[in-house]
Design a protein around this ligand. Structure first.
Ligand code: FAD
Ligand code: NAG
Ligand code: NAG
Ligand code: NAG
Length: 559
């Protein structure tokens, strides 16, 4: 990458200013920006700035005295002192008097800043707050803004890249679990209105229990909830058929912005051309632009499915079979195609999640959907294609229970992997490449891991070119080796026109790759949007946006 890809410094950055002007002119942030924050935290309209065509109209922290200065870049803000954090907590207690609404015991603060599933270190919060309504969230945001205390939204806590870790100088963690109501189900329209704390599995179960033949097809980790799924822009095993959170599954989002305003991004109509898509800026924003409190979700009809699996001599054969199947007329009947390597199959057996031992070789799990006839025809075609690509064995799950069990064993792959080596922790990687590049990516990665004596299982949403190596480590030395291997893996994927994250998101772990993947100007545009919406940088700071010095890291190690 050449030097003109430098991230411009805000103070001398005509280009980024122009970009900001464009954004503001486009109307995205105009409404948000014609105010300044006063010293006492209240918000007032900045009359002097109105009428400059938007170019100069922007919010800025009161501590910025020079009015020509741009807001500081994310990461360099001055936040509340320890004493001010304590004052903010007292204000929170007054604003949310309910039992258990405010938690400050060390156990809770630590638990909420920790994940057993991730390699990131524990980073406790200063306080955990549990709102019950959008109004409660507004109160919390207003207090956070007044005292300049960072906010970390927290849903199912299944994200894997340090997304919900506490901010070192103090933060308010907003636990959305109290907002778990399904508000309206519109069966005829095929949509549902929910609060952000509803877990996807719960929604699915409720629809089933009510005899409504619809389901919500985004299926990330067990325990994830709608707010966090929007936050990470998730997907899962169903993506090959239904796409990801970045598709059309979220119609209308209710969000509390950092300035305390509540917005709705759309009406309930299935499609809309009314301007650009503000729903989308919250999808994958990782809590850095506001807090989602409600969402209107589109649902899909439940279609009968059957689960099958096929064993292969190696991953290359499995992947080439998948490409041929997906590109055939039977492709649309495949709801899921999952790859589990031999080591993963062994780990599942060891974990005892399944009642019969599975064959230990590179395996594809299929979920085939459609009418009985369609399933029969598709299965025959899949069997034929897999055999042509060297599959030694193809079989259907014999019963519904077995189908469920197989699918669960895929969903709990991470837990099985960790369980396969007592005392070990696991680093879950997540890259995605154009499907045709997947065999090369997987074989180079397996070789790299073996050359470095690293223990790993591999699972992949192979139909989408998305794969995870789950790499075990026991101590700091191994952690270091894993970190190096992951770095090589990510850069290998980007070289193949892929991405540093197919579905888990950026969090803390992937920030350093964004410039290399997207280009400095694209990343600068993201930061510009962030600054326009959250000028004080109180929403989940230090996540998602690359630190300024990450840029040089990417170029100096460039090739
Ligand atoms: C066993 C296992 C399997 C997994 N499999 C998959 C998979 O197949 N596909 C996949 O995509 N992911 C997978 N994941 C990762 C994880 O499930 C997803 O990232 C999921 O979307 C996170 O949702 P959550 O509710 O747990 O969010 P959290 O982890 O609580 O939060 C995620 C992010 O969203 C922000 N956030 C939370 N709530 C809100 C809100 N209300 N408003 C704004 N921002 C908010 C948080 O600040 C954070 O940045 C897996 C994880 C595990 C442990
Ligand atoms: C904050 O300051 C503004 C003037 O800058 C004033 O109008 C407002 O009443 C003050 N608010 C509080 C809570 O002190
Ligand atoms: C989701 O719904 C579908 C259709 O009812 C069902 O097959 C599947 O098992 C459900 N999954 C969960 C985790 O509830
Ligand atoms: C947002 O969602 C609600 C609930 O579905 C809907 O009634 C409303 O019209 C939507 N949009 C706006 C702008 O209110």
């Amino acid at each position: 990458m050449s030097s003109d890809a430098q991230v411009p410094k805000p103070a001398s950055a005509p280009r980024s200013r122009m970009l900001e002007g464009v954004i503001l002119g486009a109307g995205l942030a105009l409404a948000l920006s014609n105010y300044v924050y006063t010293q006492n935290g209240s918000v007032s309209l900045d009359g002097a700035n109105v009428g400059h065509g938007g170019n100069e109209a922007r919010a800025r922290p009161a501590k910025t005295t020079n009015h020509d200065e741009l807001p500081e870049p994310p990461g360099s803000h001055q936040y509340a002192s320890k004493e001010e954090v304590q004052q903010a907590i007292e204000e929170l207690r007054k604003a949310l008097p309910g039992e258990d609404a405010i938690m400050t015991d060390l156990d809770t603060l630590t638990t909420y800043g920790h994940s057993d599933n991730s390699y990131h270190p524990t980073s406790p919060h200063s306080v955990v707050v549990r709102p019950q309504s959008t109004e409660d969230v507004v109160k919390i945001v207003n207090i956070a803004r007044q005292y300049r205390v960072p906010i970390v939204p927290y849903s199912g806590a299944t994200s894997l890249e340090g997304h919900f870790s506490g901010y070192p100088s103090g933060d308010i963690c907003i636990d959305m679990s109290g907002m778990d109501k399904i508000i309206e189900i519109h069966e005829g329209d095929g949509d549902v209105v929910v609060q952000a704390g509803v877990p996807w599995e719960e929604l699915n179960r409720t629809l089933k229990d009510k005899g409504i033949p619809l389901f919500f097809p985004l299926d990330p980790g067990p325990g994830a909830t709608i707010g966090g799924m929007i936050g990470t822009g998730c997907s899962g095993t169903n993506a090959v058929r239904y796409g990801t959170a970045k598709g059309e599954w979220f119609l209308n989002i209710t969000a509390v912005l950092p300035n305390g305003k509540v917005i709705k991004t759309r009406r309930r109509a299935r499609k809309s051309s009314a301007g650009f898509d503000l729903t989308k800026i919250f999808i994958g924003a990782e809590g850095t632009l506001g807090i989602v409190t409600e969402a209107t979700l589109r649902l899909a009809p439940v279609v009968p499915t059957r689960v099958a699996m096929a064993q292969f001599p190696d991953i290359q054969h499995a992947v080439s079979a998948v490409q041929e199947i997906l590109n055939s007329p039977n492709g649309p009947h495949l709801q899921c195609i999952e790859l589990l390597d031999d080591k993963m199959m062994a780990a599942i057996n060891t974990a005892g999640e399944v009642s019969r031992k599975l064959p230990i070789s590179d395996t594809l799990f299929f979920k085939i959907q459609g009418s009985e006839d369609a399933i029969g025809a598709t299965a025959a075609a899949v069997r034929e294609t897999t055999a042509k690509h060297g599959s030694t064995r193809f079989e259907f799950a014999q019963t519904d229970e077995e189908a469920e069990e197989l699918w669960e064993s895929r969903k709990y792959a991470l837990i099985s992997t960790i369980g396969s080596e007592p005392g070990a922790r696991c680093w879950t990687t997540d890259v995605c490449v154009p499907p045709s590049k997947l065999p090369q990516l997987v074989s180079e990665t397996k070789k790299d891991l073996a050359d470095n004596n690293l223990r790993s299982t591999i699972v992949g949403h192979v139909g989408d070119g998305n794969f995870h190596a789950l790499i075990l480590f026991k101590d700091d030395k191994e952690l270091h080796a894993v970190s190096d291997a992951v770095h090589r893996l990510v850069r290998r994927a980007i070289r193949m026109d892929g991405t540093c994250t197919g579905e888990h998101g950026v969090g803390v772990g992937k920030k350093e790759y964004l410039v290399e993947e997207l280009g400095a100007d694209t990343v600068e545009l993201m930061k510009t949007i962030k600054r326009a919406i959250d000028p004080l940088n109180i929403m989940n700071p230090s996540k998602l946006y690359p630190d300024t010095d990450d840029k040089s890291k990417s170029t100096t190690t460039g090739h």
